[in-house]
Every structure is written in C-alpha cells, then in structure tokens.
Design a protein around this ligand. Structure first.
Ligand code: URA
Length: 287
C-alpha cells in the first residue's frame, strides 16, 4: 500500500515529538535551534504532496534524494525546512497543486493502493489520474460511500484526527429489529475493547421485517467502529454506507464515480476540522 501505514494519531504524536526537539538529531540539522522546524526526510517529501511516506522511503533508499548536495538514503534523517535543500531527482521539491476529490466507493473495493490477493482497490476507479492522491481515512472493504481523496496531508490529518471531532454519518442496516434500549445504548456510547465510544447521534429511520435502518453520526472513526458498536449491542451490520463527512454529502454522485470538490465544499470541510478542547469536547459530544 502506498499511503502511510501509520494511523493519523501516530503521525500526529510523531510531529509533536519532533517539534519538542528532544530527539537525537543527526546529519543536515545537527544543532536545532529552539524553534527550528524539523521533519524526517520521508515526511518532508510526503508533506510536499508528491508521494506517500512509503513511496518517499522507497525513493530515498533508491538514492534519488539529496539533502544539501549529498545523497541521503536514511528516510529518518531530520531535515530543517528553513535551512536544508532537498532535491528529488536533482530538482527542488515543488509543492504540488492540491487536489481534492470525492469518490463514491463501491462495496468490495479496498482503500489500499494495491492488494497482494488481487482484489479491486479504489485506485482501479481512478484510472488516468496523474496526481498522487490518498484516501482520507479508510472504509472497510464491505462499506460503501463517501471517500475523500487528496494530496493535502494537513487537511487529511485534521479530518481523521479524533481530537477534531469531525462528524461522519453512516446509513446502517442491522441484522435484527433493534429495541429503543439498544438504540439508546448506541447513543450513550458502548464499551469496545479499545475503550468506550463517544456519545453518537442515532436516528431510527425505519423498521422493515426483522431489520432496522439507522442513521449514525460518530465523531471518532476507529477501525470498524460502527460495525463493532452494533455488534456490542447484540446485532450485526448488514449494510453500511457513509453519506457525509462534516457538511460534505455524497449527494447524487453515482456509485464508483469520482468528482472534484467545489470551492464551497472545501471551505466547509476546513471548518469541520476544528480541534475541540477537553471541556468543549464533553459539551459538544454526540454530534
Ligand atoms: N465504521 C465501520 O465499521 N466501517 C467503516 O468502514 C467505517 C466506519
């Protein structure tokens, strides 16, 4: 898979650790000043929007990257963005124009770049695209719906970092007819093996035979979160479709199709990613 394997949370922590500057610094920027902006070489390349960190690491190992005139093969080397000159294939790292796409991911597609078992991936739906883009967060293979693709790692971080409480809404079909108590438990939050879930907004849309159709809005985005929440209250998800992230909606986009975000949609997305302080978080949870 070409996009960074680390979760956004880990990347977030790493950035913080780097800027606190207690780490051992070697190579180009060996004596960091207090406010020096240091990043590892692979991160510098991915931040420029030209490749994922994994791909950048490959390029670095292949000797395609120079720092201050010297080939560097260590992706972990610290780079001072203010002082150090990074060249890729002899050319300065030009920040690429940012690309923002909305894909209606069909069920059955992976959100990885490649799959060793040959299963279809979302990149099969992006043929002819020149720019490198990566998905903002993941959807399970069996989940369909709204997926943002971009080369803007700052926005991606904002949208996927749970501290920003960006609401993501899903339509859910459950394997049983759910009681009001079960739905209330989803609203309050349930205990999962990686901790309790935040309060969620849950609407019963309709019941049909032995199935319940729900709309669930969560502000986290842990692995398989909605499926695990529904399992925790004693049922199972039969169908899961993400219909919105913040104010961005899947709307009338056809399944398997992709389109560019409009300026207003992008603006609204940027607003959606507001970091919520601890006190505010308690007050605004559920949305
Ligand atoms: N919750 C899930 O269980 N799966 C997804 O793909 C997204 C949210």
């Amino acid at each position: 898979m070409e996009r960074p394997k680390q979760g956004s949370k880990e990347r977030w922590r790493k950035t913080k650790a780097v800027s606190s500057d207690r780490a051992e610094v070697r190579g180009a920027a060996a004596t960091p000043a207090a406010k020096t902006v240091l990043k590892t070489l692979d991160r510098v390349i991915s931040k420029a929007g030209v490749a994922s960190r994994t791909l950048a690491q490959r390029w670095i190992a292949q000797g395609r990257v120079k720092v201050n005139g010297k080939t560097v093969k260590d992706a972990e080397q610290w780079v001072d963005l203010k002082k150090d000159k990074v060249l890729l294939d002899g050319k300065p790292l030009e920040p690429k124009e940012k690309v923002y796409l909305l894909l209606y991911k069909p069920k059955g597609y992976l959100t990885t770049r490649t799959d060793p078992d040959g299963r279809p991936t979302i990149y099969d739906l992006l043929t002819g695209m020149k720019e490198w883009v990566f998905p903002v967060g993941r959807l399970d293979q069996d989940t369909s719906g709204l997926l943002i693709l971009t080369n803007d790692s700052a926005l991606a971080e904002q949208l996927t970092n749970p501290e920003y409480h960006v609401p993501k809404t899903y339509m859910v079909k459950t394997a049983h007819l759910l009681s009001d108590e079960q739905i209330e438990a989803l609203r309050r939050g349930v205990e999962l093996k990686d901790g309790p879930t935040r309060p969620a907004e849950v609407k019963r849309l309709r019941d049909s035979g032995q199935r319940t159709f729900l709309e669930i809005t969560i502000t986290e985005g842990r692995n398989r979160q909605v499926r695990r929440m529904v399992e925790e209250i004693g049922s199972k998800v039969l169908k899961l479709v993400r219909v919105s992230i913040g104010e961005l909606r899947i709307g009338g986009l056809q399944i398997g199709h992709v389109r560019a975000l409009e300026a207003g949609e992008l603006k609204a997305l940027r607003r959606a990613g507001r970091k919520v302080g601890m006190q505010e978080a308690g007050a605004s949870d559920g949305g």
